[in-house]
Design a protein around this ligand. Structure first.
Ligand SMILES: *[C@@H]1O[C@H](CO)[C@@H](O)[C@H](O)[C@H]1NC(C)=O
Ligand SMILES: *[C@@H]1O[C@H](CO)[C@@H](O)[C@H](O)[C@H]1NC(C)=O
Ligand SMILES: *[C@@H]1O[C@H](CO)[C@@H](O)[C@H](O)[C@H]1NC(C)=O
Ligand SMILES: *[C@@H]1O[C@H](CO)[C@@H](O)[C@H](O)[C@H]1NC(C)=O
Ligand SMILES: *[C@@H]1O[C@H](CO)[C@@H](O)[C@H](O)[C@H]1NC(C)=O
Length: 598
């Protein structure tokens, strides 16, 4: 086990923080007192709302309190109350599974245990070589800090260990979270990604708390949430996606940037709403619901009504500044969270229902295509749409299918169940099979990061035409260098241990009960493990379609948080993390749905 020097505040920093803390306390006292004497409003809604959090238990490090004690430059108004559950109960999500045969069970458990063994191997290496760092280097050994240095892999993997029944490892890791992680300074640079901090750290802590009920995790989740909240201290209360936390901790004035990705502002709502539900403090919900309202107001007014462009302008709250639209990186989870908010709140909330339905209809119109493949398989993929310069709501499609976009099948299937729309579930099935097809198409049996497909004009009929495929590949490609049939170009050939395809396969299995999904998952598992396995763990690779792929010495925390969790859950009893009780965030962290008794 290595010492964790960089993560700890150097003495000089410590003194700096101590004095800043003292100054902050004085400022707060003065502001609060003067405000008390000049105001007779309810004292819960004062200008220094940051100090209104519940008191913290013993063992709290001073540093964590910074985010609670800094006064706000742009105070929030009275937070809107948490949503009530509403009377419209949602339909069941999961298939009603019946008992399986002994043979089926034996096969299933063998497969499940193979996935668990892979997790244990990776965890042991992380624990030995990268403890408390963000990532293990799976080829060379050692560690790196990539996401603030708050032990991303450890926090991201907590709930997976609970789910895999690794209770001793879980306990040890929770102890480290409590004692050794403090959301103050970042050891990977002053600028952090709010999005990643939210989905990995806050999401990981909330899920581990929801599963285990350990109050230390609730406290740490609140610490992370209070830090994230401070990124909303801008004149229009829009958050800062690439956020300088050093300047924020010095309470410098902040403004939201003029350009960020849709995903960066649209993927905060599930985590912060869950934090509000757990703590009873409505502020976290309030700041993200503000974004939801703006999305709702603008949805029909964009260049492709129903969708928002991949780049948005938080400084002016303009959600249509680009011409490019997709379900891939930059947009993805903003859409994913519409049905998931309905699941979390356990109600057919009219706003999220509307956001979901309009965006899914527009996605089918502009982003989803049917690729031409040798067997003529009835599958779909998502690509990129460019709004035409005529601004008439028309678009041009680029058939770039990203691995990141493979979550869309699960989104349609879950949303289809929640809104009782079987045709959406079928779209989900076809999209998921599109990704399964792309896995099977390459030499390694694993889908690349991005491929260019050959789209058919129609989604109903798409016969294989080898001449057309060869033309799409291009005459300058020699016969020896042809990509797999059905693929025009392997645009990014790497695979970085991503989860989106198995995520959708898992959701399809739980929703339909069709065991064919378990077979697809097992084929995918064997291919992924054999392509990426190293002596220590598993690693990203440079080429999924090569006889000699190279390992890239990277294992992002989502491998343990998502990919291995979904593979494990496909082969587990359907009652383990049932989708009728849990909703998983975009980092596969399960949150308890509101209607479920604690
Ligand atoms: C974690 O915290 C405990 C208790 O404060 C301390 O003894 C230990 O050295 C810390 N571990 C690391 C790796 O910093
Ligand atoms: C937005 O567009 C949808 C679909 O075209 C339509 O049903 C709805 O009435 C529109 N809503 C508003 C507020 O304009
Ligand atoms: C289901 O959703 C699709 C769009 O995704 C829509 O066109 C269709 O009308 C919906 N069907 C029902 C029954 O609501
Ligand atoms: C995988 O590809 C092979 C041929 O390359 C084909 O025979 C097989 O049916 C495919 N399997 C799936 C599940 O698509
Ligand atoms: C196949 O594609 C080629 C090139 O696009 C085209 O000329 C030909 O008519 C197509 N064949 C069929 C049967 O559609």
């Amino acid at each position: 086990m290595r010492a964790r020097d960089s993560k700890w505040l150097a003495p000089r920093r410590r003194r700096f923080w101590a004095s800043l803390f003292a100054i902050a306390i004085c400022v707060i006292l003065i502001v609060t007192l003067s405000w008390h004497f000049t105001n007779d409003r309810d004292s819960h809604h004062g200008p220094s709302r940051g100090s209104g959090s519940p008191s913290t238990p013993g063992g709290q490090k001073d540093g964590d309190l910074i985010w609670r004690t800094l006064p706000w430059n742009n105070p929030l108004g009275t937070p809107r109350p948490l949503p009530t559950q509403g009377s419209k109960a949602l339909p069941a999500v999961q298939f009603k599974f019946s008992d399986e045969s002994d043979d089926d069970k034996k096969t299933r458990l063998n497969r499940r245990d193979a996935v668990k063994k892979a997790f244990e191997r990776c965890w042991t290496s992380y624990r030995d070589q990268a403890w408390l760092h963000d990532e293990l280097k799976p080829v060379s050994g050692g560690s790196k800090d990539t996401f603030g240095g708050w032990a991303a892999t450890l926090v991201d993997a907590l709930d997976t260990m609970w789910i895999m029944d690794m209770r001793d490892e879980f306990k040890e890791a929770v102890g480290a979270v409590d004692k050794n992680i403090s959301f103050v300074m970042s050891s990977s640079g002053d600028v952090i990604s709010l999005f990643e901090t939210n989905i990995r750290y806050l999401g990981g802590l909330l899920a581990a708390y929801d599963l285990s009920g350990d109050d230390r995790l609730k406290q740490k989740a609140t610490d992370a949430g209070d830090m994230i909240l401070k990124a909303f201290d801008t004149p229009n209360h829009m958050p800062i996606g690439r956020w300088n936390i050093k300047e924020a901790a010095e309470n410098k004035k902040q403004t939201a940037p003029s350009s960020t990705s849709l995903a960066e502002i649209g993927t905060l709502v599930l985590e912060l709403t869950r934090l509000s539900l757990i703590t009873g403090d409505a502020r976290y919900y309030d700041v993200t619901q503000h974004i939801t309202d703006l999305l709702d107001d603008s949805q029909n007014k964009t260049k492709l009504p129903g969708l928002w462009s991949n780049s948005v302008d938080p400084s002016e709250a303009k959600f249509d500044i680009g011409r490019s639209y997709s379900m891939g990186g930059g947009a993805d989870s903003a859409y994913e969270y519409f049905p998931k908010m309905m699941a979390l709140l356990d109600t057919l909330d009219p706003v999220y229902d509307r956001l979901y339905k309009r965006s899914m209809a527009a996605t089918q119109e502009h982003l989803i295509f049917r690729p031409m493949v040798p067997g003529g398989d009835d599958i779909l993929m998502t690509g990129y749409a460019s709004a035409k310069s005529t601004d008439d709501g028309q678009s041009t499609l680029t058939a770039d299918a990203e691995h990141l976009g493979c979550f869309a099948g699960g989104m349609y299937a879950l949303g289809g169940r929640l809104t009782s729309n079987d045709s959406d579930v079928e779209v989900g099935r076809r999209l998921t099979d599109g990704c399964v097809w792309a896995y099977n198409a390459t030499k390694s049996g694993v889908m690349p990061e991005t491929l260019l497909a050959v789209p058919c004009d129609e989604k109903t009929h798409c016969a294989w035409n080898e001449t057309a495929w060869r033309e799409a590949v291009g005459s300058d490609t020699s016969d020896d260098d042809l990509p797999p049939k059905g693929i025009a170009t392997l645009k990014s050939k790497n695979y970085i241990l991503r989860p989106e395809a198995i995520e959708s396969v898992f959701i399809m299995y739980r929703i339909t009960g069709d065991k064919a999904w378990q077979e697809k998952a097992w084929t995918m598992w064997q291919a992924v493990d054999s392509l990426t396995k190293t002596d220590l763990a598993n690693s990203a690779v440079d080429n999924v379609d090569s006889a000699d792929p190279k390992k890239l010495d990277s294992m992002e925390s989502f491998w343990l948080a998502e990919t291995l969790k979904y593979f494990y859950l496909v082969f587990s009893e359907p009652s383990l993390v049932s989708l009728d009780e849990w909703v998983l965030n975009t980092e596969a962290h399960p949150f308890k749905r509101r209607g479920v008794k604690s």
